[in-house]
Design a protein around this ligand. Structure first.
Ligand SMILES: NC(=O)c1ccc[n+]([C@@H]2O[C@H](COP(=O)([O-])OP(=O)(O)OC[C@H]3O[C@@H](n4cnc5c(N)ncnc54)[C@H](OP(=O)(O)O)[C@@H]3O)[C@@H](O)[C@H]2O)c1
Ligand SMILES: *[C@@H]1O[C@H](CO)[C@@H](O)[C@H](O)[C@H]1NC(C)=O
Ligand SMILES: *[C@@H]1O[C@H](CO)[C@@H](O)[C@H](O)[C@H]1NC(C)=O
Length: 292
């Protein structure tokens, strides 16, 4: 059984990957002059998404807490060829920021084509220590602010036939140890946005929702938090950022990066969850994980 699974699952994954990619076709013109908000864009994957959107000629509004970093991202975007580039600095812990960012887009462009929800509050990788306050804060920043941004942006997105991109993680699809609070917020995103997608389809609202399920990516934050406890090498953030934009522009339901690794895990999840659990545990250097 184990051997059959081990050989069959990658094979099925490969066929799926080939089928999937044969349909893929992102033309950079698709993003030209599109009006896009990217959250958590001062660094990491969000910053890279802003640069890709810039060379494709989009109008870009970036947001995060650190003003100095956002200013640099905006300058770089303009150099790369963005149709326009602006920022709003502030924390998504502040419940008014979501609406402020969307209002700024309306004021700048009178509309919106793409909302990329990507920011996360800093978190730790360790045994769950009972810190409920930390979970509350993560739910506020990683989940509730995504809902608030979506509510504010939906009228403009309906008007433009736009797209919502929700950046999630394999930790929002199956069991990964040492990230319980973070994982809870990512599962919440899947539940909320997958339900909302169904409603939009029922109501024939032409707004797509793409859930982006990412594996281990080489951002500075990830290298710092998981680098010392994880066996597997991280995938490049530049390529990851491009895949997310591609998935959103093609209005995909879900996006997996790296495709083969994530897709395979998801196939195993539904057929042999215990095997996936143990395989996932084996990816950790458990001795290096902190207790509190
Ligand atoms: N890297 C990975 O291995 C990995 C794996 C799976 C999924 N993902 C997902 O990919 C996305 C990006 O991850 P990343 O690695 O690029 O993260 P990152 O480099 O740490 O970037 C996080 C962004 O969020 C902003 N941010 C932090 N706290 C905030 C707050 N309170 N309010 C508003 N913005 C805030 C940060 O800027 P400021 O500090 O300036 O506010 C930064 O721009 C996340 O959704 C993450 O869950 C990443
Ligand atoms: C934006 O950044 C500046 C400079 O760091 C700061 O003074 C200001 O309070 C920030 N605005 C918000 C809404 O956080
Ligand atoms: C939905 O919006 C997309 C992008 O704006 C457009 O290409 C497509 O034709 C629209 N579909 C319908 C059914 O209106």
């Amino acid at each position: 059984m184990g051997l059959l699974l081990k050989s069959l699952v990658p094979f099925v994954g490969l066929i799926l990957a080939l089928w999937f990619y044969s349909k893929d076709d992102l033309k950079p013109e698709m993003l030209k002059e599109k009006r896009v908000i990217v959250t958590g864009a001062s660094t990491g994957i969000g910053e890279q998404m802003a640069y890709h959107l810039a060379w494709m000629g989009a109008h870009i509004l970036v947001t995060a807490r650190t003003e100095a970093k956002l200013q640099k991202v905006v300058t770089q975007c303009l150099e790369l060829g963005a149709a326009s580039a602006h920022y709003v600095n502030g924390s998504m812990e502040d419940p008014t920021l979501a609406d402020d960012v969307v209002k700024r887009a309306k004021q700048l462009w009178g509309g919106l084509d793409m909302l990329i929800l990507n920011h996360i509050s800093p978190t730790y990788l360790k045994y769950f220590d009972g810190d409920v306050e930390h979970i509350r804060k993560l739910l506020e920043v990683n989940f509730l602010s995504y809902v608030a941004m979506t509510l504010s942006a939906l009228p403009m997105l309906k008007e433009s036939g736009g797209s919502i991109l929700v950046v999630s993680s394999t930790a929002g699809k199956f069991a990964i140890p040492f990230v319980a609070p973070y994982s809870a917020t990512k599962f919440a995103l899947d539940g909320f946005f997958s339900s909302l997608r169904q409603e939009l389809i029922i109501e024939k609202v032409n707004v797509s929702i793409t859930l982006c399920v990412l594996g281990h990516i080489d951002t500075e934050t990830a290298k710092k938090t998981v680098g010392h406890v994880f066996w597997l090498p991280p995938a490049p953030k530049e390529e990851c950022a491009l895949e997310i934009i591609k998935g959103g522009a093609l209005r995909k339901r879900e996006l997996y990066y790296q495709y083969f690794a994530v897709r395979t895990s998801l196939l195993i999840r539904d057929w042999a969850p215990e095997y996936l659990d143990s395989r996932t545990r084996n990816h950790f250097i458990v001795e290096n994980v902190k207790r509190s």
